[in-house]
Design a protein around this ligand. Structure first.
Ligand SMILES: CC(=O)CC(=O)SCCNC(=O)CCNC(=O)[C@H](O)C(C)(C)COP(=O)(O)OP(=O)(O)OC[C@H]1O[C@@H](n2cnc3c(N)ncnc32)[C@H](O)[C@@H]1OP(=O)(O)O
Ligand SMILES: NC(=O)C1=CN([C@@H]2O[C@H](COP(=O)(O)OP(=O)(O)OC[C@H]3O[C@@H](n4cnc5c(N)ncnc54)[C@H](OP(=O)(O)O)[C@@H]3O)[C@@H](O)[C@H]2O)C=CC1
Length: 286
């Protein structure tokens, strides 16, 4: 089966990055979000990234325009579903939102369409069970920022067909990424290892061990991490960090994964990190 048309659902930081990279790889891409304002913001983010590439001499203005012409924004699920060979879902990290969306996609997409989730921690098997085609559902977990990071974790659900795995692996490579296959357990590998470190860094602040700047300095200068864990948490989104910790905590039933109360408090306050302008640090603009 050949992939020509890709629909990306959710035009947030991950969805817009995935749509950009797919269009740059030559695919026809439809980008959907729930409101015109969100899809417009996603399209603007892509245009800005492509402009930066022109300014840096990575590609020409004509190439940028060709990429943009392959991107179609929409708020109509029918439109995103009807011709899609592949759907990549990147909406909020909540099981009920994802299963509801997959149920609708299953009804509206052609029978050959592969339904992939960019979930960062939720069980693929459970998402797949909401559809009548669990054999064509798979996890395709990109890293943030999508245009820069090489990894895509590929996660098979219990029923995922070998053919579907092979197509998605090839697609990740066509998008310039390095696919790594992992099994379907909460947080997969990336967030099972990364998120407890971030949560522990938040505990260090919560318990008064050090200020956020000091925690970040220790990990940057001491361990050569490109970003300190609190800067990274703000970058990922504190809501997403909390949802991932909850998935680990509930999925393994082990208290070592309990989300730090300070993380909960910030999310309740609407301090979601860079995307809301405030988290462990304050931000202006995007
Ligand atoms: C939560 C999950 O489920 C999984 C996850 O994604 S976890 C998060 C994984 N990501 C990380 O850990 C990122 C850690 N941080 C980094 O690697 C780096 O800080 C970084 C790549 C983001 C920025 O690198 P830097 O050297 O500090 O900054 P900078 O020199 O400005 O950028 C390097 C390149 O990245 C690009 N870049 C930086 N931020 C970008 C963004 N948000 N979007 C697109 N491109 C970006 C820059 O344009 C630049 O490109 P060129 O080299 O081609 O000019
Ligand atoms: N942030 C990260 O570093 C990474 C995140 N991920 C995963 O990617 C997914 C998206 O994360 P991210 O891009 O950061 O989140 P964002 O909050 O930036 O974007 C999510 C977008 O999806 C929209 N949305 C919510 N529900 C629906 C729906 N039913 N249909 C269409 N659009 C919807 C949201 O709109 P609204 O604001 O109205 O809810 C929002 O615009 C999550 O599953 C996350 O775990 C994976 C790798 C890394």
């Amino acid at each position: 089966m050949e992939i020509r048309q890709i629909s990306v659902i959710g035009a947030g930081q991950m969805g817009s990055g995935i749509a950009q990279v797919a269009a740059q790889a030559g695919f026809q891409v439809t980008l959907l979000d729930v409101s015109e304002a969100f899809v417009k913001r996603g399209m603007e983010r892509i245009a800005r990234q492509l402009e930066r590439g022109v300014a840096k001499g990575k590609w020409t203005a004509a190439e940028k325009d060709a990429v943009l012409s392959r991107l179609q924004p929409t708020v109509q699920l029918e439109e995103a579903a009807k011709d899609a060979d592949m759907v990549i879902e990147a909406v909020v990290e909540k099981m009920e939102v994802k299963t509801d969306l997959f149920r609708q996609l299953d009804q509206k997409c052609p029978t050959h369409t592969i339904l992939a989730s960019n979930t960062s921690s939720l069980p693929i098997t459970e998402i797949a069970a909401a559809t009548s085609r669990p054999e064509r559902v798979i996890g395709m977990h990109f890293m943030n920022p999508v245009p820069v990071m090489k990894l895509v974790e590929i996660i098979r659900g219990l029923a995922t067909q070998d053919e579907v795995y092979a197509i998605v692996k090839e697609l990740a490579e066509a998008m310039g990424k390095v696919p790594v296959e992992v099994n379907d357990f909460p947080g997969f590998v990336s967030n099972r290892v990364l998120m407890p470190m971030i949560n522990e860094a938040i505990y260090a602040v919560y318990e008064g061990v050090a200020e956020p700047e000091a925690v970040d300095q220790v990990m940057k200068l001491g361990m050569n991490h490109p970003m300190g864990p609190l800067t990274l948490a703000d970058f990922i989104g504190l809501d997403t960090c909390l949802y991932i910790m909850e998935t680990l905590y509930e999925g393994f039933g082990d208290s070592k994964y309990r989300p730090c109360p300070l993380l909960r408090k910030y999310v309740k306050a609407g301090w979601l990190g860079k995307k809301s302008g405030r988290g462990f640090y304050q931000y202006e603009g995007e």
